[in-house]
Design a protein around this ligand. Sequence first.
Ligand SMILES: Cc1ncc(COP(=O)(O)O)c(C=O)c1O
Length: 406
Amino acid sequence: MNSFNFSKLENRQNTMSIKWDKREAIFGNKDILPLWVADSDWQTAPLIKAELIKRAQTGIFGYSFPNQSIKTTIYNWLKNRFDLEIEKEWLVFGTGVVPAINFALKTITKANEAVIIQPPVYRPFFEAVKNNNCQLIKNNLVKKNNYYQMDLVQLKKQIKAHKKKGIKVKALIFCSPHNPVGRVWKKKELLALLRLLKKEDIYLLSDEIHADLVYSNYQHQPLLKLLLAKAEFKEYRKKVISFMSASKTFNIAGLHTSYTLIEAKELRKAYQKTKAGFATSNSPFGLLALKTAYNEGEKWLEAQLKYLEANYRFLQKYIKENIKEIKVSKAEGTYLVWLDCSQLGFTSDQKLIEFMNQKAGVGLNPGIWFGKESGSMHLRLNLACPQARLKKALTKIKKAVKNRSK
Ligand SMILES: Cc1ncc(COP(=O)(O)O)c(C=O)c1O
């Protein structure tokens, strides 16, 4: 099929890997099979690896900066993959999406203003709001038949209620595609959200780190593309910040390189000023990996997407046939799968987590990490691993569930 090998069981132990080498500290079980942290268990694309080896051989690792050529590379990637046409000057480089979101909030908010998130959602969104002394508005997604949607009716009500109390609702942090539920938001859903936020004059911080990880038949819509296409958003565009990275797509998260897109000059300047006080320059390895990924990595990405999709189909079938108590949310993208475990019958989240860690011996993210109520009795599984490893994990869960009901 292709020469890329996603099936090889790489040994990541003793590499200071968070996923593998922190098992005892996190799960209290050093032998647990880890399918949690959002990185992949396979090597990055061979061309990226080769370029990094070449760079390492120079032996010179001084300070680096993103030059025009890497900006052109990003321009081309966004144009070719999403038909999004940016201006290169909108780009602000950084060492991660999480710090970038924090810098953005620090730039635009004042203490006690409110920021909306849509749980269950990536935990650092909650923390970013807290870090900036803002009030958190949780507008939970709603689930119907294991399929999640945004609740804009409830969102409108919450904005109104806060306004009534004299609290300024300043921003919404958006996850697109959505971690952990795997939704790839449709154009119609995005336009409805944009129109509501525009009307209410609320900033939109759009985390699109999973943009490239979308299953066939789905298409990621960058918010910027929708905004640029419609005259009605000409002014509102000034309130939108997008965050992107090649880190999940090409398994280079440890190289800490991301980029933020800010069209409005004043806002961009203010953001850069905030960032300058805290952030360091990018690593030469991170910049090189990003550039090589976007210039040469498309074939590898397409092969990886096929592998991920096959893993997802495998998981769905396996669980349906063997672990009927677990319901798999319909995933449209990301390599993360959201599992509804409520029918396993545990009386507390702690018991569910202990069961998975100690009886099944599989390390998954507790659902409550993504939202106390919205994530209760759920677990998140990362399927970016060889299918044999995924099968082993599912077999362990199946056995533990069977033994429990004996
Ligand atoms: C939605 C989302 N945003 C951000 C990150 C992390 O980004 P970074 O490592 O660039 O800070 C992750 C990692 O899992 C994620 O899922």
